[in-house]
Design a protein around this ligand. Structure first.
Ligand SMILES: [Zn+2]
Length: 112
């Protein structure tokens, strides 16, 4: 990477994990789930299923995968499990991906 604010080329491991992350995100339900969590809220499965427009079992399966991959954390609050997104970088990836999608759809010119 030859940009002035990026000193070092990514390592092979960094590129591999980045690709794994993009692969993890390459799913409409997961993008919706992470978008729902991107502002830092902790949400339960029922709320997330509603936002994602899918069933609770399907939502639970996606959340399990996201958790295994380290993309979300879960915390018990009594009998409820509350999910949160893990870290600012993933939040930005989701937000920037959706900005990119918006600009692509609206034909907004590229900008810096
Ligand atoms: Zn923009």
């Amino acid at each position: 990477m030859r940009s002035e604010n990026r000193a070092e080329e990514p390592t092979a491991d960094q590129v591999r994990v980045a690709v794994d992350t993009f692969r993890l995100l390459a799913d409409q339900t997961r993008v919706r789930l992470l978008w729902a969590l991107a502002d830092g809220d902790e949400l339960d499965v029922g709320t997330l299923a509603e936002i994602a427009g899918t069933t609770q079992p399907a939502t639970s399966q996606h959340l399990a995968k996201l958790r295994l991959a380290g993309a979300v954390d879960v915390r018990k609050d009594g009998r409820r499990a509350l999910y949160s997104i893990r870290g600012v970088h993933l939040r930005r990836v989701i937000a920037e991906g959706l900005f990119h999608a918006d600009h692509t759809l609206t034909g907004a010119p590229p900008h810096n």
